[in-house]
Write a protein that binds this ligand. Structure first.
Ligand code: SF4
Ligand code: SF4
Length: 176
């Protein structure tokens, strides 16, 4: 009985090999050939700017609190007009597991994941990125979002006065 089971397993193995012989290879010649990841692929992290060109990060520490491997650190500072920013901001990519929790936690859309996966280095210390390595000139995803026009000290309209907001609700109007 075991003899026939062995023959069957052997035939199945050869059959699987034969079936794949005519297929196109899934292997690509990296780095000459590169795959384009999906836009939501989570790789290198960046710090973005708001539509006014200002740093979005307000150094609230939420991303570092959410990070499960403790690879984000920063020091908060404040400008004379009261606007907070990160005096320095550091991510240790040798520890990052690209889970995206920091981007989920960020209230200002400052920290964002990009599909750039080519960040391998020979020296592990080169994977420690400082603010100047992280901060980009653009807004990244959601380019129109401006935290300071909605919630920060730069709010110019009354609550609910922005075009994309609903006016505040009078809760008494909900009473029976
Ligand atoms: S992607 Fe995850 S592990 Fe990497 S910095 Fe963000 S929270 Fe930390
Ligand atoms: S990146 Fe976002 S969550 Fe992290 S400190 Fe800056 S504003 Fe806060």
């Amino acid at each position: 009985m075991s003899f026939f089971a062995d023959i069957k397993a052997l035939i199945l193995g050869f059959w699987t090999t034969l079936r794949h012989l005519g297929r196109r290879s899934a292997t690509i010649q990296y780095p000459e050939e590169k795959r384009s990841p999906f836009p939501r692929f989570r790789a290198r992290i960046v710090l973005t700017r708001d539509p006014d060109g200002e740093e979005r990060c307000v150094a609230c520490y939420l991303c570092s609190a959410a990070c499960p491997v403790d690879c984000i650190s920063m020091q908060s500072a404040e400008r004379p007009n009261g606007r907070r920013y990160a005096a320095w901001f550091r991510i240790n990519f040798s520890r990052c597991i690209f889970c995206g929790l920091c981007a989920e936690a960020c209230p200002t859309m400052a920290i964002q994941m990009t599909p750039d996966y080519e960040i391998c280095k020979r020296d592990v210390m080169d994977l420690v990125y400082e603010k100047e390595d992280l901060l980009i000139d653009g807004c990244g995803k959601d380019p129109d979002y401006n935290f300071y026009r909605h919630s920060g000290i730069g709010v110019v309209n009354p609550r609910g006065g922005n075009p994309d907001e609903n006016p505040p609700l009078d809760v008494r109007s909900l009473l029976p």
